[in-house]
Write a protein that binds this ligand. Structure first.
Ligand code: PEP
Ligand code: MN
Length: 341
């Protein structure tokens, strides 16, 4: 159950509602917004129906909603309208399909600047680039860390693109939030609950990637952590899951998009690059992402993929990215007419 208090309800009314919830045998999880307090009623304690009826009649309560899903704030039952997250010039979840593009890793100034200008020219609104890299081998390139973040900020300054970059530890959240417009949680950290809680208070939108072997329900529960800790600006990212198939790096669960659109109001982004792991397959999955109603895509692009320090095989060249964006135009026009219908 979720209780929305009236805008600017006084403290004593909020406290009274919390007392009533405790009397019914439930626990309280409040989110204090600028305008209103929203209270999540959690636990299996008491009689849900009587609690709901009583709270509906309690002073200061605007709305009490019963939510059957285990994820509350991110569920469609709580909120029917799509969440729209404004980042730089992009409105993610709104009436435009948003393209994020850039290298897997920030490698040096020339590489990130060249890529930034090129992806902006191709129509991307957001520049991607990892400064903290989650690598399977401890001997592989681990990222430029703070220096990489500074280069991303420089690229934003020069091009006007917003920045999405990964954070791997709760200790780095503050530092990354100084530079990033969107905090990326990588697949390997989807269930780093300590970090998800800190991201709830980081003041920046979060892009939460689906874990390598995570179910959609687990993805939504992780998103719930961030929202329940105070940050409503979460987008979800399908980046391929592990299956028995070896022809592609992962298996792109394209049906995750319509499934998520039924279950949640949060925007959904597709990462075709990590899903397939092979440059030649990326454009087809981008078309699929548009056709299936995703809110955007995040694509790896490198000026010289053969020299990339990570994920070169799946990175599009700049020419490849531009060609793909041209090919997508017809699909994007259909997307926009469906979205505004
Ligand atoms: C990345 O975006 O470069 C990345 C490491 O992605 P994932 O966490 O999905 O593997
Ligand atoms: Mn990568």
């Amino acid at each position: 159950m979720i209780i929305s208090m009236r805008p600017h309800a006084p403290k004593h009314e909020v406290e009274h509602v919390c007392e009533r919830i405790h009397e019914f045998g439930f626990r309280v999880h409040s989110i204090v917004g600028e305008e209103r307090v929203v209270i999540g009623v959690v636990g299996t304690g008491g009689d849900v129906t009587s609690c709901l009826e009583s709270l509906e009649a309690t002073p200061g309560v605007e709305r009490a909603v019963r939510i059957t899903a285990p994820y509350k704030f991110v569920s469609k039952e709580f909120r029917k309208e799509r969440t729209v997250i404004t980042v730089g010039k992009a409105a993610i979840g709104g009436n435009e399909f948003v393209t994020m593009a850039g290298p897997c890793s920030v490698e040096n100034e020339k590489q990130i600047m060249e890529t930034a200008y090129a992806v902006a020219e191709g129509g991307a609104k957001i520049l991607r680039g990892g400064a903290f890299k989650p690598r399977t081998s401890p001997y592989d390139f681990q990222g430029m860390e703070g220096e990489g973040l500074k280069l991303l900020a420089k690229a934003r300054e020069a091009t006007g693109l917003a920045i999405v970059t990964e954070v791997m530890s709760d200790r780095d959240v503050e530092l990354v939030a100084e530079y990033a417009d969107i905090m990326q949680v990588g697949a390997r950290n989807m269930q780093n609950f300590a970090m998800l809680k800190v991201l709830g208070k980081c003041g920046r939108p979060v892009m939460l990637k689906r874990g390598l072997s995570a179910t959609i329900k687990e993805l939504l529960m992780s998103a719930e952590y961030i929202v329940a800790h105070g940050n409503p600006n979460v987008m979800l990212c399908e980046r391929g899951i592990r299956t028995f198939e070896t022809a592609t790096r992962n298996t792109c669960d394209i049906s995750a998009v319509p499934v998520l659109n039924e279950l949640t109001h949060l925007p959904v982004i597709i990462d075709p690059s990590h899903a397939v792991g092979k440059r030649s397959l990326v454009p087809a999955i981008c078309k699929a992402a548009v056709a299936v109603g995703a809110d955007g895509m995040i694509v790896e692009v490198h000026p010289c993929p053969e020299k990339a320090v990570s994920d070169g095989a799946q990175s599009l060249t700049i020419e490849g990215f531009h060609a793909m964006m041209k090919q997508l135009q017809g699909y994007l026009a259909l997307w926009a007419s469906e979205r505004t219908a």
